[in-house]
Design a protein around this ligand. Structure first.
Ligand code: T1G
Length: 677
């Protein structure tokens, strides 16, 4: 757990608690013992605290929250470090985060490698820095920088850390220990200032200014409000009083719903990367050259992901005009992506140099992976895959970006079904983090492992899905959309249905989404006969945002107002179909939108389409904007109580329609009290 060496009066304490040196109880105890011994050892003139492995302490052990706390607490360990009458130097590499940075800030000096990052990400877990970080950080870097770091949760690099006063020296070596020992030797026997005794530079107004500038981002979140109180205390109160306010805020947040949801999500995201039952010996295939068929919005967005990640990309279109237009749009979006990622402008030219546009499928013959982003029509995809199968090299992977279609049927059009996989990107493909990795019945483990590794390499969050209509996310979305249409047929207003979800924390409601995607997706004017509200809206020329007329009317700035024309069409449809009208309350609207989603997810789990319930949460947080501070649909349902969900579904059975199938998995979990996650 820890090792100590002493050389010329300098004691080096090295912690080793893989994988990230989380400050769990055993490690805290071992460190506390080492510090106590060093304090009384006359041979020790100064102390260096560092970590083995890939990083300095990456924080408290998140798994311990909610468990009985074991002594010494992190606060006690930190106080013992700072109280030493010998200089203590932190040797930082990797990511000094959360409690890890709090330990470093209690040290009297901090040395960091050039690639080190330092931050207080607790706010991303719905927490606040609960081991005196809100009181020490302002004393080291001033209130303005401290506010930005603690409330955004974003780390700073070593250069910035040195500039703002968080780090005393940067060392070039990968291992900070030798530099830290040399620094300690310089400081041995000399006076030093404890962080707690420093004054806070800056004006308290900086706190309010920061919150004003970031109001929309912080709306609805508990942790930033609590952090603000701590920072204000750091400006106005003695250290120990500020620590007391921090402690009270930390405990309240730790035991609150938002932090439990965010901590659930933290582990859910990491669990999603794992493929259950995968033989550890399975090696992903090498992929360096990627072909993309289709240079439209999706194809261009997909290509950007691979260009930014350093791959060579071949992009193929049917005719020169489409190809030129697609490449031009790709370049524009690549430049925006580069700016968003803070990449230098000349990187765009270098990335574009790795793009090879072509009008011939032969151009992808030597690609390791070819992804299709062509029309969402089964015949088109099967014909394309049959053609590509005869062109691409043996062992090359063929991936479909289909959103709904049967991957097994597409794979059946090739002679290499074991090398066919689904890579379902979410639009805009170069921005949305989610990638549903669809595992066909015959997709090999090696191809699946390669696809999941590729997700990480292009900065996506990959979630494995089996084959069904809509996979995980869109299948649940379809269940919600069906209810949304029923609600407006029965008298609910479009804006009431949308507002029920936006008030819940989703970025948009069902009808805003439909207008954005386009009312006429999948609509065929040749067969349309006013049988549904959607057909009637399309027959009336409403297309959604694209022609500024949909469920809403849009002005030039895309500001929207409910469409009287759409409302009239909806009411007329209800009248023609003898559907009684009534006012429907927000609670019922929310239940009827979300409970069918939970049921559909339980069916998805029953059918083995998703590997685990928490994967469903990862899909919805990253693919549809489900607020992470609500954990995801599955975590939310568990927190609500599954029995309540089942009872609600039974209560609304009439409106759920004859095709609705209540999940046995959900009913059994509700009856047994076992959570889905
Ligand atoms: N506690 C427990 N386990 C952790 C952990 C942590 N703090 N951080 C990572 N892990 C596990 C993770 O679940 C995974 O496990 C493995 O380590 C590798 O992680 C009092 C209250 C450090 C940047 O929020 O940001 O201190 O899946 O896949 O991509 O004020 O981990 O292998 O079983 O993410 O290289 C504050 C959280 C805590 C940092 C490395 N600290 N961690 O990223 O690896 S609260 C954080 C990260 C706190 C104090 C407060 C990242 C990383 P498994 P990984 P990575």
């Amino acid at each position: 757990m820890i090792s100590t060496t002493i050389d010329g009066g300098i004691l080096a304490v090295l912690a080793d608690n893989p994988p990230v040196n989380a400050l769990g109880a055993d490690l805290r105890a071992a460190l506390h013992d080492a510090i106590t011994r060093a304090s009384g050892d006359p041979a020790v003139e100064a102390i260096v605290i560092g970590c083995a492995g890939r990083t300095f302490f990456a924080g408290a052990d998140i798994r311990e929250f909610g468990q009985p706390q074991r002594e010494p607490s992190l606060v006690a360990l930190i106080a013992a470090i700072e109280a030493l009458d010998k200089p203590v130097v932190a040797a930082i590499h990797g990511t000094a985060l959360g409690g890890g940075l709090e330990v470093a800030m209690a040290c009297h000096y901090r040395i960091a490698t050039t690639t080190a990052k330092l931050g207080l990400p607790e706010v991303k877990l719905g927490l606040l820095p609960g081991a005196t970080g809100t009181q020490r950080l302002p004393r080291l870097v001033g209130i303005e920088e401290a506010c930005r770091m603690a409330v955004s949760g974003d780390p700073v690099d070593a250069t910035t850390a040195a500039r703002i006063g968080l780090v005393d020296r940067i060392v070039e070596e990968a291992d900070p220990l030798p530099g830290a020992v040399a620094f300690a030797r310089e400081r041995a026997g000399k006076p030093f200032v404890r962080t707690r005794d420093r004054a806070v530079a800056g004006e308290a107004e900086a706190i309010g200014d920061y919150f004003e500038r970031n109001r929309s981002k912080l709306r609805g979140l508990d942790a930033p409000v609590a952090i603000r109180r701590c920072l204000e205390a750091a400006m106005a109160l003695p250290f120990d009083e500020g620590v007391a306010i921090e402690r009270e805020g930390f405990v309240r947040l730790r035991d609150g719903d938002q932090s439990k949801a965010l901590r659930h999500y933290f582990f859910a995201e990491r669990a999603a990367a794992k493929i259950d039952g995968l033989d550890a010996a399975v090696e992903p295939l090498p992929v360096q050259k990627v072909g993309v068929i289709g240079a439209g919005t999706m194809g261009g967005g997909i290509a950007i992901n691979f260009l930014v990640a350093g791959f060579d990309v071949v992009i193929v279109e049917q005719d020169q005009q489409r190809l030129d237009a697609g490449v031009a749009l790709l370049r524009d979006n690549l430049a925006k992506t580069a700016r968003r990622k803070g990449l230098a402008a000349d990187r765009v030219d270098a990335m574009m140099a790795r793009l090879s546009p072509s009008l011939s499928y032969e151009a992808v013959a030597d690609c390791d992976l070819v992804i299709e982003a062509v029309f969402e029509l089964m015949d088109v995809k099967k014909t394309l895959f049959a053609t590509l199968d005869g062109i691409v090299k043996p062992g090359a992977i063929l991936a479909s970006n289909t959103s709904y279609l049967d991957l097994d049927e597409i794979a059946g059009a090739t002679g290499r079904p074991d090398s066919v996989v689904g890579l379902h990107f979410f639009s805009p493909a170069n921005i949305m983090k989610l990638l549903e990795v669809v595992r066909g019945a015959r997709t090999s483990e090696r191809v699946l492992a390669t696809a999941m590794q590729l997700a990480r390499r292009i900065g996506k969050i990959g979630v494995v899905s089996g084959v069904c209509y809509g996979f995980i996310g869109n299948r649940m979305l379809a269940a919600r959309q069906r209810q949304a249409m029923k609600l407006i047929e029965e008298g609910a207003k479009v804006i009431e249905v949308d507002r029920a979800l936006t008030d819940f924390g989703l970025p948009m409601g069902p009808f805003q989404m439909t207008d954005l995607a386009g009312l006429d997706i999948g609509w065929d004017p040749r067969t349309s006969a006013g049988r549904t509200i959607r057909e009637r809206l399309c027959e009336a020329g409403l297309r959604g945002q694209k022609n500024r007329r949909g469920f809403y009317d849009y002005d030039a700035d895309r500001n929207r107002n409910p469409s009287p024309e759409a409302e009239q069409i909806i009411r007329r449809f209800a009248e023609d179909n003898g559907i009684g009208q009534r006012a429907i309350g927000a609670d019922e609207i929310l239940e009827r939108l979300l409970y069918p989603m939970i049921n559909e997810a339980a069916l998805i789990l029953e059918e083995g389409i998703a590997q685990r319930a928490s994967d469903v949460d990862v899909v919805w947080v990253n693919g549809y904007g489900w607020p992470a501070w609500r954990g995801g649909p599955m975590f939310w349902a568990d927190s609500l109580g599954l029995a309540r969900v089942v009872e609600g579904l039974r209560h609304h059975a009439a409106s759920l329609g004859p095709d609705f199938r209540l999940s046995n998995r959900l009913v059994e979990a509700a009856a047994s009290g076992a959570p889905l996650c």
